[in-house]
Design a protein around this ligand. Structure first.
Ligand SMILES: [Zn+2]
Length: 316
């Protein structure tokens, strides 16, 4: 879990003041394109959660996928999401804490790291994000929206079905949105409250229940967009920021099975599934990294992407 704290106004000022000219790499040929990309992050979904996400598992049959995507280290929500969305491993720049502050924004700007929503804005595409209040408290929504350069930001206090409902309503209300990020916090909540795994390394019932709830929410989103995916208009990516249950030495005050941060595969590896009409289904042979997710979204949309970002996932 992470939150934006009251330093956000200060960081916005720093961000604007320190905004160097962003160098964009030439747009490279990408074998698959889409007019709309939806990126779903299941907070706290371990790679071995995939068999317990039946909708997502079924999508692997028609997608490019892996159950061994490597997130950043430490495997924490904020560094992982910033890396996922910017295409850069922010931990290499000392961004290893789990709450937003002015320093993070400054470091990102100075080093040319921008969220994918900014790439969309530069390319005159509308973007949206739907997230839980845990990630973005209501009082800081405007500041977070400004920091991420996202056109529409919805933060709900409900669980996965409520978030999915909000996302679907937004898709229907604003068909001009071409980039959407949806964050489901349920599984991470369950892990921190009841443990990711028990003493015999089996997922806890609460964690499995949360996965099931999120999967049902993803099923409702899939039902909404399936025809558009089949038509080649929409592409869907489902992934996660980190796993959990092996947080030895994480210093969060929680038992290791109740937290995450480590290089153990239970914490460090997450699922990744990309479904697009022209992406030939296959299991990825090499372990891709979370930093490739944002650039993959950008490449699908044909957007210029800043220099020094990770390469998009190779689809052929
Ligand atoms: Zn997380």
């Amino acid at each position: 879990m992470a939150s934006f704290r009251s330093t956000i106004p200060a960081l916005i000022a720093v961000a604007i003041a320190g905004c160097a000219e962003l160098k964009m790499a030439p747009v490279t040929e990408y074998p698959v394109s889409a007019q709309r990309v939806i990126l779903i992050s299941i907070d706290g979904a371990r790679a071995d959660a995939l068999p317990h996400l039946p909708t997502v598992l079924a999508l692997t049959q028609r997608g490019v996928w892996t159950d061994a995507m490597q997130t950043v280290l430490p495997a924490l929500t904020l560094p992982a999401h910033l890396s996922m969305l910017s295409g850069r491993d922010v931990t290499e720049y000392g961004i290893t804490q789990n709450h937003m502050d002015a320093g993070i924004a400054a470091v990102m700007r100075i080093n040319g790291m921008t969220p994918m929503f900014a790439w969309a804005r530069a390319g005159h595409m509308r973007s949206a994000a739907v997230a839980g209040m845990s990630l973005i408290p209501a009082s800081q929504r405007a500041e977070a929206q400004s920091f991420f350069e996202v056109d529409t930001l919805l933060a709900t206090d409900g669980d996965a079905p409520a978030l999915a409902g909000a996302a679907i309503a937004l898709l229907r209300a604003d068909t001009s949105v071409q980039m959407m990020f949806i964050h489901f916090p349920d599984a991470d909540f369950a892990g921190h409250s009841y443990g990711w795994i028990d003493g015999t390394s089996v997922h806890t019932p609460a964690y499995r229940a949360a996965l099931s709830r999120v999967d049902g929410a993803i099923a409702s989103i899939w039902n909404e967009i399936a025809a558009s995916v089949d038509a080649g208009h929409t592409a869907l990516i489902v992934t996660a920021d980190h796993g959990g249950g092996h947080g030895v030495g994480c210093n969060t005050g929680e038992a290791p099975t109740f937290t995450h941060c480590s290089a153990h595969p239970g914490d460090h590896l997450v699922p990744f599934v990309l479904v697009a009409r022209d992406a030939a289904p296959r299991r990825l042979g090499i372990e891709p990294t979370t930093t490739q997710v944002g650039p993959t979204v950008g490449a699908l949309l044909g957007l210029p992407i800043p220099e020094r970002t990770a390469p998009p996932i190779a689809l052929r």
